[in-house]
Design a binder for this molecule. Structure first.
Ligand code: SF4
Length: 970
């Protein structure tokens, strides 16, 4: 590169002293100046992350004082990112002098993310230095929701909460204790806690997130998520925006691009020209909710053109069961199976799919041909997107997996594996027994097949008196803002007879924490312990999230007992909090709770955080050996390895075709083989299947195969969905009245720089993305005479919100969209929080279910220790749309169906940007309408739920126990 002459402007600026004189003689000649290196050498340097042997003493120049050359010495400690579910590796650079974290970079030793992050990873530094963060435990003063708080000690909080839980358990009110989680993690930690308490107290956010797709996958093969092997694929089909968002998107994006670089073609189905669609070889802008029709048209094409994988279909789908159940008049032959499928889907011609979806028939044929040609090397993904948006959205994942089964790509190299094949599961100390309770506030009888807890309906259940929450924890969970129908949540939170004691465990203020009794500050990515393992590719890894200042203190010979002693203020972490709480619930061990949380190494004493993780890590295949080889010795060697590197690769990318794993001689002892189905059972449980004369493990379904035909759907009163079907969505064109200005609103997409309500405390991210206008095609805008920036009133079924229009060709005509991560708010009485992202709003209720919100002021610069807070230039904090949505629980999967029927109009005089109105009476009526579509339990033998379906925090399944509805309850 060498010496560079100043440009004309630079020359003047240097002379006037506006910038330092970078071109004075000799300035660029100092040792190690980057200008001495070639481009190739510079590239090499950036690829070479600081070597681990220098992590305790890493010297760099301080970029902030450039062009002065000031050396800084850092300690580098790995952890994992907490800003989305990918759990990419991070490394914290800790200033050795001040013991402050100065920046975050990637961790090249993390097998999923391989040193790379999206913008949200490094922005963790914004979050830990946010001037508005909560630093101490707080307890409310005055009325709940009035905004007054006082500081308390951790002991105060723990003792109060523990006493209330103890009382509830002793009074047999176990089902009044619940833990409700937004961002999970922990890998079974909370199973250990809640099952240790013996309660059915877990509630998740999954029914507003991914349970639709999970249900569709599960019906096929007993696993609820896909793990596409993008890097080895020949054709990739995404029903999502997976290059920019979605589960594991950064690790997946890396591998999608690798696949493309090796020649794979990429197709994306999305009504919006997302960044992902724009990088694709094919964009299929399907009308929302019609994706399954397009996929079935591709399936028909593959069947009609003999592009299917005969051996796979014959060996690994339950075709005999299908023919016997649905075509008993026909001989059970493979040819009849193919003919029957062609007949079953004959209406799904590409032309029919075009009529439904708007995607050209020619493109459907071309892609189907390419998928058939890719064969086993067909990778695909549907996460939230269509699966999370439509009545029957779960059928999209089911129809997508149909293509995977037809091509034989299930679990193949370059195909799509079940995620569990690529995910580590920990072995925990003192594993508690399954709880003997079934909490109907989480899994009510109306939703026996719901894949996760019906969390979005909790406030409606409470409203109609089905129960109460005496002790309720919200953990990194913000339903008032993130969920549909937030005003109903607010009504219930404000009522102490519905939510007795509400504890918000959160790193930052949020709209739900305003309605808590305790707000307890929990650590961000670099301030807590946690385990992560996700299906990012064909291998398996485990990563360790750790509090980096605690680890630095340990390395520097100043260990602390609890994480809050090393974190800023008194910010703690859940792991230690839950262990402490558990001991205080059962201080003398008489309730049988304490024993789960005793040390596996020091009988009768409280387990430490190091012991908990050491117990797990010393049982990870290959980790103790690796730790030893790396020079770690002693009782905590495996843990020390993880503290040093932050991640471990358990299995490299060869986890294919695990269904073909032979059963061992030991496993086969005492087994029986069913003469009709070939299923192998032991002690009444299916453990495998005979395929081509070999005893193999198969899949965890009743047939141990991919279930094209689902007897489970028949047994649970949905025979019309026994095979993959296209279900017309609640926002199908037939259900909209265009003459009244009705449109479908797509509210589900994520801006790549934001995550729900977790990025409002990251200034860099909010600077990039701070508005959420309505995306509208120019043809629609012309119809309404809208131009970019005009106000638009979006009338939902329960109210309205007023936003601005963004006219863009990136939207399919006839469809409008709005990103859901913006529109954060606080009321004047609330504690100041997230000022980078929050509008100040006024909320008024009429006492009869009518609620109005309007914006008092947008985002403003403010004084703080961070000089950037005075430099805020954006004013518009966007509009909160989810609060105007009614609940739409899919009657089968339980997934909230996010797409909204909206009536578009121009606002009236006096109506302003950001105005919101909702009638919670209407939202309760709509809740009842959707409930009326369900077909309640019991199923066969009085079961509440199919026994073979997984359930998070599975209760005791003993016959006659809580998994069965008693005669009194029927
Ligand atoms: S992809 Fe997710 S986990 Fe990875 S750096 Fe970005 S926000 Fe963090």
């Amino acid at each position: 590169m060498g010496y560079k002459k100043p440009s004309f402007i630079e020359g003047i600026a240097e002379k006037l002293g506006i910038i330092p004189n970078l071109h004075k003689e000799g300035y660029q000649d100092f040792d190690n100046d980057m200008r001495h290196f070639t481009d190739e050498e510079v590239a090499q340097m950036y690829e070479n992350f600081p070597p681990p042997e220098k992590w305790d003493n890493w010297v760099e120049y301080n970029p902030k004082v450039w062009p002065k050359k000031e050396k800084k010495t850092y300690q580098i400690v790995p952890t994992t990112c907490f800003n989305c579910e990918s759990a990419c590796g991070l490394t914290a650079f800790i200033d050795k002098e001040t013991q402050e974290v100065k920046k975050f970079e990637g961790n090249p030793y993390h097998p999923g993310s391989r040193g790379r992050n999206c913008a949200k990873g490094p922005a963790t530094i914004n979050q830990i230095t946010d001037p508005d963060r909560i630093l101490f435990p707080l307890k409310r003063k005055g009325k709940r929701g009035d905004g007054e708080w006082e500081r308390v000690t951790w002991d105060d909080a723990l003792d109060t909460i523990a006493a209330r839980i103890r009382k509830a358990i002793k009074e047999n009110r176990q089902n009044e204790i619940a833990y409700h989680v937004g961002r999970p993690g922990h890998e079974k930690f909370m199973n250990w806690i809640l099952q240790g308490w013996g309660i059915d107290g877990h509630n998740s956010h999954t029914n507003i997130c991914s349970s639709g797709a999970r249900f569709g996958y599960n019906l096929w093969y007993g696993y609820d998520r896909p793990s596409p092997d993008h890097a080895e694929a020949k054709f990739i089909l995404l029903v999502s925006a997976h290059l920019e968002s979605g589960h594991y998107f950064n690790p997946h994006a890396q591998r999608i691009i690798e696949g493309k670089m090796k020649g794979a073609k990429l197709a994306t189905m999305d009504p919006r020209l997302s960044n992902t669609a724009s990088m694709s070889d094919y964009w299929l802008p399907s009308y929302p909710g019609t994706e399954a029709a397009v996929l079935l048209a591709m399936a028909l094409y593959i069947l009609q053109n003999n592009l299917y994988n005969r051996a796979y279909l014959e060996n690994w789908t339950n075709w005999q069961e299908y023919l016997k159940a649905r075509h008993s008049e026909k001989e059970v032959t493979f040819e009849n199976y193919i003919a029957a499928m062609i007949d079953e889907y004959k209406e799904f011609t590409p032309e029919y799919a075009e009529k439904e979806s708007g995607v050209k028939a020619e493109m459907i044929r071309e892609i189907a041909q390419k998928i058939g040609e890719a064969g086993e090397r067909f990778a695909s993904h549907n996460w939230r997107a269509a699966g999370a948006s439509n009545l029957g959205g779960w059928a999209v994942a089911r129809c997508l997996h149909f293509l995977t089964a037809l091509t034989g790509a299930v679990g193949a190299k370059g195909g799509t594996s079940p995620n569990s094949w690529n995910k580590f599961s920990p072995t925990q100390p003192n594993k508690p027994k399954p709880q003997k309770f079934w909490n109907e506030l989480h899994f009510p009888k109306e939703y026996p097949l719901a894949f996760f807890e019906m969390s979005q309906l909790l406030p409606h259940f409470l409203k109609e008196g089905r129960g109460k929450m005496d002790v309720y924890f919200s953990r990194v969970f913000n339903p008032v803002w993130t969920y549909p129908d937030g005003f109903t949540w607010m009504e219930m939170f404000a009522d102490e007879s519905k939510f007795g004691l509400h504890t918000a465990l959160t790193p930052t203020w949020n709209e739900t924490a305003f309605y808590a009794d305790f707000v307890l500050p929990m650590g961000l990515a670099s301030e807590r312990h946690d385990l992560n393992s996700y299906a990012t590719h064909g291998g398996t890894w485990v990563a360790f999230r750790q509090p980096v200042l605690r680890e630095a203190a340990r390395r520097n010979g100043k260990p602390v007992e609890f994480t809050y002693q090393a974190n800023p203020g008194e910010v703690w972490e859940e792991d230690e909090f839950w262990i402490e709480l558990s001991w205080r619930i059962d201080p003398d061990g008489s309730m049988g709770i304490r024993k789960t949380f005793e040390s596996p190494y020091r009988p009768g004493e409280k387990i430490t955080i190091d012991e908990y993780y050491q117990y797990i890590f010393e049982r990870v295949k290959g980790l103790p050996e690796k730790a030893k080889a790396d020079g770690f010795t002693g009782q905590f060697a495996a843990l020390e390895y993880m503290k040093k590197y932050g991640a471990f690769e358990i299995e490299k990318g060869e986890s294919y075709k695990k269904n073909e794993t032979p059963l061992t001689q030991e496993e086969l002892k005492g087994t029986k083989v069913d003469k009709v189905t070939n299923v192998i059972t032991k002690d009444g449980n299916a453990i495998g299947v005979m395929v081509n004369g070999k005893a193999v493990v198969g899949f965890p379904t009743p047939s141990r195969k991919n279930e094209f035909y689902s007897q489970t759907m028949v047994d649970w009163k949905w025979p019309e969905y026994a095979t993959p079907k296209y279900i017309k969505s609640h926002i199908h064109n037939d259900n909209l009245d265009k003459s009244k200005g009705e449109y479908v609103l797509v509210p589900t997409f994520r801006l790549p720089t934001l995550i729900h309500s977790r990025s409002g405390n990251a200034k860099w991210l909010v600077e990039i993305s701070n508005r959420n206008p309505i995306w509208m095609h120019p043809d629609d805008a012309a119809k309404w005479n809208f131009k970019t920036g005009d106000l638009v009133k979006m009338n939902t079924d329960i109210g309205y919100f007023i936003d601005k229009v963004w006219v863009t060709q990136s939207m399919k005509p006839g469809v409008v969209a709005c990103s859901h991560h913006i529109g954060r708010w606080r009321r004047p009485q609330d504690k100041i929080g997230n000022r980078w992202a929050t509008n100040t709003v006024n909320i008024e209720g009429d006492g009869k279910g009518g609620w109005k919100m309007n914006t008092i002021s947008g985002i403003k610069p403010f004084e703080s220790h961070d000089k950037d807070s005075k430099r805020i230039f954006w004013k518009d904090g966007g509009v909160h749309q989810n609060i105007t949505h009614a609940v739409h629980p899919d009657p089968i999967s339980g997934m909230h169906c996010w797409h909204q029927r909206v009536r578009i109009e121009k606002p009236k005089q006096g109506e302003n940007y950001g105005d919101i109105f909702v009638d919670t009476n209407k939202s309760h009526e709509i809740y009842k309408e959707w409930m009326a579509m369900t077909r309640p339990a019991p199923g066969p033998n009085g079961e509440r739920r199919p026994l073979w379906f997984n359930r998070a925090f599975t209760p005791d399944k003993s016959p006659g126990g809580c998994y069965y509805i008693s005669n009194d309850e029927k």
